[in-house]
Design a protein around this ligand. Structure first.
Ligand SMILES: [Zn+2]
Length: 432
């Protein structure tokens, strides 16, 4: 078996949260694939399905490399190859998890196995930690591994997780691939809006029903623009763009702190840029009504907020209450309220950032490397009390089409791209 066949096989395990026996089977498979890893490293199961691999070389500090074995569900419809086939065809390995995130799981293990067979030893202890519920927030996997490491007082020098990649042809007018290293992460919180009132018969409707008030509130939330916050990550990202873009943006973005007020209206219209500049609020669920002729007495809508570093979930809670204040709507913390405050910027001048950047250049050649604000939530946030030096980067080149396959249909990784991923992790570990 080579690395492509091993990845293909790993995709066949339907490791969707809840299918727990598939996780056990995947673990057994990993044992068969990577005999040296399993004989030379200490391997522990945490909370049954999370995996921790410890490559102890006797150093004071460890570098922690994260990935997750779970995937989001996939229905067969619209896929060229079955989502759990792991088919290798047309130069790609197809299936759920080929980009997010089994390729990282397998790539990291491939790298360790290679290095062990070469007799190589890293400078730092290396820890590989694989959660199993990242897609459902990571409280069973990553959170428990973090607690385990905390209890053992293991000192972590730096953390690498998924959370951004090398994008190509995604940012307008830039042909060169850009490797985005997430040096900060937005926070996550959901709130429920609750409107209550008199029900009744819809043949004689009254005004100001809970539903009408809720409709009003939802509109306000969608129109609301939180204040802009220019994080270090976004400032550096815009500066990188200024070097790649022509006149006049190259001049305008040279000093984003100064010119942001000027650019903000245009940037706010681009969802990806808008998300990098402010806390966003998005109504994602609504629940009301039992029959077409009954006015509902209660309406509940859920607002998912992504919080910019510099603000907190509590502040967003207060803001939401203000937005709907006069509408007789109550704002409550979502039933399974699992807040995570934003993770602030790490220093892009840190040695670990330099190592990452060098390894990217060395593996992918003609790429620009830039700091970046990760707008989604990653497992790494559960480790923030262990180490502030967190980076989010997957060594995969993604164009617009491939990006859409993550959590979508026809997720696939090119054979060439995956081989580079394995090379990247190997080269990186040699520097750690
Ligand atoms: Zn993921």
């Amino acid at each position: 078996m080579d690395e492509i066949e091993r990845l293909s096989e790993a995709i066949r395990f339907r490791t969707v949260a809840g299918n727990w026996e598939e996780f056990s089977k995947l673990k057994d498979f990993l044992e068969r694939c990577f005999p040296m890893v399993h004989s030379k490293l200490k391997v522990s199961k945490i909370n049954e399905y999370a995996l921790l691999y410890e490559w102890d070389v006797g150093s004071q500090e460890a570098v922690l490399l994260l990935a997750h074995t779970d995937v989001v569900p996939a229905s067969e419809e619209g896929w060229v190859h079955h989502p759990f086939s792991g088919d290798v065809a047309d130069g790609f390995v197809w299936g759920r998890g080929t980009l997010d995130d089994k390729s990282s799981v397998m790539g990291l293990l491939e790298a360790v196995e290679r290095l062990l067979s070469e007799g190589f030893e890293p400078r730092h202890n290396l820890l590989l930690a694989f959660g199993f519920d990242e897609e459902t927030k990571g409280y069973l996997g990553a959170k428990k591994i973090a607690e385990h490491l905390q209890n053992r007082k293991i000192r972590i020098r730096a953390i690498l997780d998924e959370g951004s990649a090398i994008v190509k042809g995604v940012i307008s007018k830039i042909g060169k691939p850009i490797a985005l290293i997430g040096i900060a992460e937005k926070g996550y919180a959901s709130f429920d809006l609750v409107a209550k009132g008199k029900g009744g018969h819809s043949s004689t409707p009254e005004r100001n029903t809970p539903l009408e008030r809720m409709a009003n509130a939802i509109q306000r939330i969608f129109r609301y623009r939180s204040r802009t916050v220019l994080t270090r990550s976004t400032e550096e990202f815009l500066k990188t763009l200024s070097r790649l873009w022509g006149f006049p943006l190259n001049v305008l973005l040279k000093n984003p702190k100064l010119t942001l007020p000027l650019l903000e209206p245009a940037f706010s219209k681009i969802p990806s840029l808008n998300a990098m500049l402010r806390t966003t609020m998005c109504v994602t669920m609504i629940n009301a009504g039992v029959a077409d002729n009954v006015v509902p007495e209660k309406v509940v809508a859920t607002v998912n907020c992504r919080i910019i570093p510099g603000e907190t979930a509590e502040q967003v809670f207060e803001r939401l209450k203000q937005i709907v204040e006069d509408l007789q709507i109550e704002v409550v913390k979502n039933e399974n309220w699992q807040v995570s405050d934003p993770v602030p910027d790490t220093d892009p001048n840190d040695e670990f950032y330099r190592i990452l950047s060098e390894t990217i250049q060395q593996t992918f050649l003609d790429v620009v490397v830039s700091p970046y604000l990760t707008v989604g939530a990653t497992d790494s946030r559960h480790y923030k009390s262990l180490c502030q030096n967190i980076y989010r980067f997957s060594p995969l080149i993604m164009d617009r089409e491939l990006l859409e396959t993550v959590h979508g249909k026809n997720e696939r990784v090119s054979v060439e791209s995956y081989k580079k991923m394995c090379d990247f992790y190997t080269a990186l570990m040699k520097k750690l």
